[in-house]
Design a protein around this ligand. Structure first.
Ligand code: PHE
Length: 340
């Protein structure tokens, strides 16, 4: 090899090595190829690198550079060929036949999951889905719902006004009127959506939150339909043993009005059961005749009920989350726990 230009010799070795690597029939033969070209003592490429010291200072840098290039190419080819021989248990204990580990690409937000579950139950009960704008007029947000603008209920819920008399809706109840204006009874709708309040951001309040409105209007709808529908919802959502309680309340747009509470039965791992405390899940009531008249309905002919619930609260309870804010901080370590 001494009578040959070392750069030419390296190029020839590169071709030889790559051919030998491609032809190696198994891992042992491949190892022999590695030793014969790159082995520290007798490797043919290693020998040229070792000879660098005896070369002239003019020759040395170019030969060194070429030797390193060829060494790199041969190493890469050896690794690639090595993978061809790697079966289960090969490649240093890695099982390359295992399916790749999935990358979590995101999932439905826990509040969205709660909305979907609640919607699924009402859909089975014959409801359709409705929606309305998040910015609505004082008429739809308050007045059409029998709430005069100087009523304390309007003050309490004053939110951000965008332009004169258009504000971020403080509840999903405006969807009641918007639906009644468009359709004639029978009406059975569920309307989830974002609402806004002048609330401080703390463990139990967020100034923007999700609400789910429900509205049923038809001839002959009574308080019995109202109670039975919501009790059935609670049983389907929390289990057959769930009890429902209607406490008298006040909303300008329902008469009579109620806060609906549920008491769940929890089964412990040992099979014994335990009743939870009463938990308030929604405001509700029979639709006030004044609201029906505002919609142009004959309030002598039609009656109905309405309700508004907070799915974030329901999700919080279901998952044992103690601070509502964690739902909105977008910490993937928290959100990824809800799978989906
Ligand atoms: N809109 C009421 C609220 O946000 C809830 C409600 C809806 C009450 C429908 C009665 C009927 O507090």
């Amino acid at each position: 090899m001494t009578d040959q230009n070392p750069i030419e010799a390296l190029k020839a070795l590169e071709v030889l090595a790559l051919t030998a690597i491609a032809d190696a029939p198994d891992a042992d033969a491949l190892e022999d190829v590695r030793v014969s070209f790159l082995g520290r003592k007798e490797g043919r490429i290693s020998l040229i690198l070792r000879d660098l010291g005896s070369m002239s200072p003019e020759e040395r840098p170019a030969v060194g550079q070429e030797a390193n290039r060829v060494k790199g190419v041969v190493c890469v080819a050896l690794e690639a060929r090595d993978l061809d021989f790697a079966g289960p248990g090969a490649a240093g204990g890695l099982d390359l036949t295992l399916p790749a580990r999935g990358v979590w690409q995101g999932g439905l937000h826990p509040i969205t999951q709660a909305v979907d579950e609640i919607w699924g139950i009402f859909r089975d009960l014959g409801f359709t889905r409705a929606r309305g704008p998040e910015a609505d007029t004082e008429w739809y947000n308050f007045e059409a719902l029998n709430t005069p603008l100087d009523h304390p209920a309007a003050d309490e819920q004053d939110t951000l006004y965008l332009v004169d008399s258009v504000l971020l809706r403080s509840h999903t109840s405006p969807v009641q009127m918007r639906t009644m204006e468009k359709y004639q009874p029978p009406i059975r709708i569920l309307a989830p959506g974002w609402v806004y309040r002048r609330d401080t951001y703390d463990a139990t309040h967020t100034p923007a939150f999700m609400q789910i409105e429900g509205l049923v209007i038809d001839e002959g709808i009574t308080f019995v339909d109202f109670k039975a529908t919501l009790a059935e919802f609670a049983r389907r959502y929390w289990g057959p043993g769930t009890q429902t309680r209607f406490r008298p309340s006040f909303f300008p747009f329902t008469e009579p009005s109620a806060e609906v509470d549920v008491k769940r039965v929890i089964t412990r791992p040992d099979g014994s059961t335990e009743e939870t405390d009463w938990l308030e899940i929604m405001g509700a009531g029979m639709v006030d005749p004044a609201v029906l008249e505002n919609a142009g309905y004959d309030s002598e002919r039609y009656t109905g009920f309405a309700f508004g619930m907070g799915p974030a609260r329901i999700a919080k309870l279901k998952h044992g989350v103690d601070d509502l804010r964690t739902f909105f901080e977008n910490d993937v370590r928290f959100l990824a726990q809800f799978g989906s």
